[in-house]
Design a protein around this ligand. Structure first.
Ligand code: B12
Ligand code: SF4
Length: 552
């Protein structure tokens, strides 16, 4: 058996290192496309294995029927969201109880960082694949397929009698361009007939926010934390997706798109010139995730002209104290400057925001609402917020545990605020706001408003100009503004009630009524506008794309 290193990724599929007669099944959350599973599948296929992908939301009976018929060598479970651990454990138990004897392995953030808890909570798992899984899963498959010893391969954890063993970590993949393109076997989401696909230009994040498991994931394994692909390779993949699958909207899922500092500036400029050469600008648009301190107006102007239409930023807090607690290493002023710059450039933005964090006080909540009003009080995007949750493997969770503040369980990790009255306020707010479906969940009001804005961006960038667009935009902006303002008022009035400035509380029935009114108005305006232009839109959507000749 030759020593297996990352070079394993380029070895041939007819290698005597493996017996590919039994397939491999991979199960995960497939909504919007699971790139992790896609990469694992493509590497396995490149080496001759047949791979079946299952959406975790499929009925257990359907998965059982399929795996019983196919007898996979391994069933790999992608646990990228910690709070699904019990559901995955239940699925494993169900399959075992029905006689499935395949090797069960699990990967993702939580299993990588907390392999002990994973093995305890998933008694039917045979192994955990820790951190980037491509090479480790392939080696595991190769060993198992030949009936060879697998307990000594790098980057796994397993149970041995009553002990939990973790082998030395496997280094991160140094050259991401070595990987084949990810398998994308799921219904592509569409907006007005335009197909959307996720894609990656890099992996890892150089920052160290205290609440985030991403940098811990990429920092724990040896190797370079952030790896970028070659710009030309990224564009080649975009072009292939566009030509072969008609993809017109690319969602870069990079944790932090390579923008910050001179080296990544150069990377982005090279990416932009490759994009221009490819002929994609004007035919396809793209979205990125980045930090506010990476928003450089000059560079973003060029990015916009090359198809950047949406920027997601984790703004997280509107107070210096909150940003410090979250170790964002950014200022409130920088957050505001980034939002202002994007508005000026006409680039749509969305943001993550934690109204509550472990340092929260009544005053910080008030300041956070003032910050939200400052950035989206004009109706430029829907307001949204959450409470920071202490995920496993994050510095803030360890700190809360150390100070005795950690409560909840693995699926609902939580903490109490230092001021007990703030706990009562938070519960009261949840009762009126969350339950009514204003902020969370795909059908809640704020995500619906953002979807409408997304649709506007798609109309403006990819479809023929439509009459009345300015009026529709103005209506949408008024509605967003009114909905945001009501949300802010509810929070502020509840704050006032808890700080003795008023006696009455908003009732959830009244909020639900307002929320329903906003939703109805949104739907009415949106449908009226789209219906008015239906014929023109249908004609444009049904037209086959005209492509430029391939790369110069
Ligand atoms: C894209 C994305 C989404 C997408 C879709 C995800 C999907 N279907 O895959 C959407 C927008 C739907 C989404 C939603 C949410 N997300 Co999200 N998301 C991401 C993001 C930015 C990228 C995922 C990705 O493509 N990574 C790239 C691939 C290549 O890496 P990977 O998935 O980690 O896979 C590798 C390894 O983990 C390992 N591996 C993974 N699975 C398996 C399985 C096996 C068998 C093996 C061997 C190995 C293995 O090998 C893979 C290849 O190297 C991640 C951040 C991140 N860097 O992962 C957050 C992340 C996963 N999301 C997160 C969260 C919190 C959420 C939300 C709760 C946000 C919210 N407040 O609503 C929701 C939850 C949705 C739900 N299920 O209800 C957290 C999860 C935290 C945690 N520890 O649980 C993350 C880590 C972000 C963070 N800041 O911490 N998300
Ligand atoms: S929150 Fe964003 S910037 Fe901070 S470490 Fe995580 S991915 Fe990086």
């Amino acid at each position: 058996m030759p020593a297996l290193s990352l070079n394993v990724l380029s070895s041939s599929s007819t290698s005597p290192c493996r017996n590919t007669s039994r397939p491999i099944a991979l199960i995960g959350f497939q909504q919007q496309g699971n790139l992790g599973l896609g990469y694992l599948a493509s590497v396995l296929r490149q080496h001759g294995y047949r791979v079946f992908l299952f959406d975790f939301e499929e009925k257990p009976e359907t998965i059982l029927e399929s795996v019983t018929a196919r007898q996979p060598l391994i069933i790999g479970y992608s646990l990228i969201f910690q709070f699904y651990i019990h559901r995955f454990a239940d699925l494993m138990r169900y399959l075992r109880e029905h006689g499935v004897s395949s090797h069960f392995t699990v990967g993702g953030h939580f299993p990588s960082l907390s392999y002990q808890r994973t093995l305890e909570l998933m008694p039917n798992a045979d192994s955990v694949v820790r951190f980037e899984g491509e090479a480790t899963l392939l080696e595991l498959a190769d060993r198992l397929s030949l009936g060879l010893e697998w307990h000594n391969i790098e980057g796994i954890a397993y149970r041995q009698q009553d002990q939990l063993i973790a082998t030395p970590l496997r280094p991160l993949i140094s050259d991401l361009d070595q990987l084949p393109y990810p398998v994308r076997e799921y219904e592509g989401i569409q907006v007005l007939g335009q197909t959307i696909m996720p894609i990656l230009a890099s992996r890892g994040c150089a920052r160290t926010c205290s609440f985030c498991s991403i940098h811990m994931f990429y920092r724990t394994a040896p190797g370079k934390v952030v790896r970028t692909r070659k710009p030309a390779e990224v564009v080649r993949e975009m072009r292939a997706l566009h030509e072969e699958h008609g993809v017109k909207i690319f969602l870069f899922q990079d944790d932090d798109f390579p923008l910050f500092g001179p080296v990544w500036h150069r990377w982005t400029r090279e990416f932009l010139s490759e994009l221009q050469r490819s002929g994609l600008p004007g035919r396809a648009i793209w979205k990125i995730n980045c930090r506010a301190d990476a928003v450089d107006p000059e560079l973003f102007l060029e990015m916009r002209d090359a198809g950047l239409y949406l920027v997601y930023m984790g703004l997280e807090s509107g107070t210096e104290e909150g940003l410090k607690t979250l170790h964002k290493q950014i200022t409130v002023e920088q957050n505001i400057a980034a939002v202002d710059a994007l508005k000026k450039l006409g680039i749509l933005f969305e943001f993550g925001f934690m109204l509550f964090d472990p340092s929260s006080t009544f005053e910080s909540v008030r300041q956070n609402i003032a910050f939200l009003r400052r950035i989206v009080g004009d109706g430029s995007a829907a307001a949204g917020f959450c409470k920071m949750l202490p995920y496993d493997g994050t510095p803030i969770k360890d700190e809360l545990q150390r100070t005795g503040r950690l409560i909840g369980d693995v699926c609902h990790p939580d903490y109490d605020f230092l001021d007990p009255q703030l706990n009562a306020f938070y519960t009261a707010l949840l009762n009126v706001v969350d339950v009514t479906g204003w902020i969370h969940g795909y059908s809640a009001l704020s995500p619906q408003i953002n979807s409408a804005w997304h649709e506007v961006a798609v109309l403006e960038h990819l479809l023929p100009a439509l009459g009345g667009m300015d009026e529709y935009r103005a209506k949408l902006q008024n509605l967003t503004q009114a909905s945001n303002e009501l949300l802010f008022r509810v929070v502020e009035d509840t704050l006032d009630a808890f700080t003795g400035l008023r006696t009455d509380l908003w009732s959830s029935a009244l909020i639900r009524k307002h929320c329903a009114q906003f939703s109805e108005e949104l739907l009415r305006e949106r449908d009226a506008f789209i219906l008015r232009h239906q014929a023109k839109l249908l004609q444009a959507i049904q037209q086959p794309p005209v492509l430029e000749p391939a790369f110069a």
